[in-house]
Design a protein around this ligand. Structure first.
Ligand SMILES: *[C@@H]1O[C@H](CO)[C@@H](O)[C@H](O)[C@H]1NC(C)=O
Ligand SMILES: *[C@@H]1O[C@H](CO)[C@@H](O)[C@H](O)[C@H]1NC(C)=O
Ligand SMILES: *[C@@H]1O[C@H](CO)[C@@H](O)[C@H](O)[C@H]1NC(C)=O
Ligand SMILES: [Zn+2]
Length: 483
């Protein structure tokens, strides 16, 4: 501990850090900004302090660097951080997608350090959260933009550093899956995992966007939040309006659950859901009157954002957090931001455990990947038109608010569907209710299947992954040939 403190002090006094523009508060690592190198050092130090529950990686793939050659660095915090554990939900926080919105980046550094310290010192609630959840934290999705923003002299600009180094706004750069989803609503066709349907006319994907797309597809994330600044509100899907109007409440099939998720953050935040002054850039000063939350498109419609992309391309539910009026506040204010957000950041991670989860297997106990989990709300008799799929080990997670549901698992044509009625209660800080399924072989295939011993069953996990890889490979080949 003493050595660490010494390091912290050294870093705080390092003259390199004074170019960030705001003086660091002596001796405190919380009250200063971290440039790219400082951020990587910080993550490395957390890892060294808590090697058993942390794992560092950079996003890989093609490409594997930002425009200016930086890495998108991630720390995983979990009891078995290097691998996915069957049944354990994967969670992510992404900060600083807009390079000039910097509070989230510092909060995420604070958060990783806090989780590490509290775990070590025996905080049982934190240990439980970390043991039950695989938490991925990416403090900066746009490290190039951050450097540009922080090198501004004087008042931080509303726009400089927002985009990546090519001038691309990353939150307007994802494939537009909403248009596909909205047209499918009319024909009652596919409502999830729509990436394969995306018309590949997009030769403008930034490297940062490409890396994050591959990340979202590769890891079976359940829940996520994207941290921004400029206002104070928790924003939930859809972000893109159905009609094309600039402002229109645009309901998603999971509206009730998304509202609950956004509220879970806002309510634990020090001021988000309480009366507070509105930010000068918004004409809408009534966010707090609605509990500190807003439907994205009702506030203003955003096309090609990351939030809706998560929901429509994968099993991951994402909301967007606006952490305050100031995008680049003085460093001395950072400890207050941490105090205001800490409990909300923790509570939101617990939300990866609402609803139900389980495993889909056949009667030989072999996992079924890519099974479809459909939910009908028995309180209002309506189907929730957004299916979740099982991951490689047959495990699935279905976030839901409390209620009564009929849950149906299908893996056609090989298996028959099975339904169960469940009551979800979502007790605080406990795992999702377990609802597992054993699917019978489809009648007409039964004798065939048993004769052939299902030789193809166990590689099915891999087949799922291969499929996604092929899909992505094709996707990027198309992109390249268009360039
Ligand atoms: C991630 O990238 C940074 C910067 O290039 C590098 O220093 C670090 O070692 C990389 N981390 C891992 C886990 O590969
Ligand atoms: C978390 O897991 C660790 C390692 O398995 C164990 O020692 C610890 O008791 C667990 N803590 C809680 C609260 O479950
Ligand atoms: C189910 O229906 C009830 C009654 O309309 C509603 O209050 C609840 O939010 C719905 N649940 C979901 C998950 O949509
Ligand atoms: Zn933003």
């Amino acid at each position: 501990m003493t050595r660490l403190w010494f390091l912290v002090l050294l870093l705080a006094w390092d003259p390199r850090n004074s170019c960030v523009g705001y003086p660091a508060q002596e001796g405190s690592d919380l009250a200063r900004y971290h440039n790219y190198e400082d951020m990587l050092d910080f993550m490395q130090r957390v890892h060294q302090k808590c090697p058993d529950i942390t794992y560092l990686y950079n996003l890989t793939g093609h490409p594997d660097k930002t425009v200016e050659g930086r890495n998108l660095a991630v720390i995983v915090i979990s009891d078995d951080p290097q691998r996915h554990e069957v049944g354990e939900p994967e969670f992510k926080y992404v900060g600083n997608m807009h390079g000039n919105e910097v509070v989230g980046r510092e909060l995420l550094l604070d958060l990783m350090d806090y989780l590490c310290d509290e775990y070590r010192s025996g905080n049982l609630n934190i240990q439980k959260l970390v043991n039950l959840t695989r938490i991925h934290i990416m403090p900066s999705m746009n490290p190039d933009g951050w450097e540009l923003a922080s090198n501004q002299v004087g008042k931080k600009d509303w726009l400089i550093g927002r985009a990546n180094a090519q001038g691309i706004d990353l939150n307007r750069n994802f494939p537009d899956l909403n248009r596909i989803a909205y047209s499918h609503e009319e024909t009652d066709s596919e409502n999830n995992h729509l990436l394969k349907e995306a018309v590949v006319n997009n030769n403008e994907l930034a490297p940062e966007t490409k890396m994050v797309i591959q990340w979202i597809i590769k890891i079976p994330f359940v829940l996520s939040a994207n941290l921004h600044g400029g206002d104070l509100v928790a924003n939930y899907p859809y972000d893109e309006s159905r009609s094309g109007k600039a402002q229109e409440y645009t309901i998603s099939p999971d509206d009730a659950t998304f509202k609950f998720l956004a509220e879970s953050y806002a309510e634990k935040h020090a001021t988000m859901a309480k009366p507070h002054e509105s930010c000068e850039m918004t004409d809408d000063d009534s966010f707090y009157k609605r509990g500190g939350i807003t439907n994205g498109a009702e506030w203003y419609s955003v096309q090609k954002g990351m939030q809706d992309f998560n929901y429509l391309s994968s099993n991951c539910f994402e909301i967007t957090l606006e952490l305050g009026c100031s995008k680049f506040p003085p460093a001395a204010d950072l400890p207050q931001y941490w105090k205001d957000n800490r409990d909300a950041l923790l509570q939101y991670m617990w939300m990866s455990h609402i609803g139900i989860k389980g495993r889909i297997t056949n009667k030989n106990g072999e996992p079924i990947a890519n099974a479809i989990i459909h939910v009908k709300n028995l309180t209002n008799g309506q189907d929730i038109e957004h299916e979740i799929t099982s991951a490689h080990d047959g495990d699935y997670w279905r976030l839901l608010v409390a209620g009564r549901y009929e849950v149906t698992a299908c893996a056609l044509p090989r298996y028959d569907c099975v339904s169960q009625v469940v009551t979800v209660e979502n007790p605080e800080h406990s795992e999702a209710k377990e609802v597992s399924f054993t699917l019978p072989f489809a009648k007409k295939e039964e004798s065939l299947d048993e004769d052939e011993g299902y030789e193809s069953m166990s590689p099915e996990d891999r087949q799922d992954l291969d499929e996604v890889r092929q899909l992505l490979a094709k996707y990027y080949r198309n992109l390249e040939s268009e360039n």
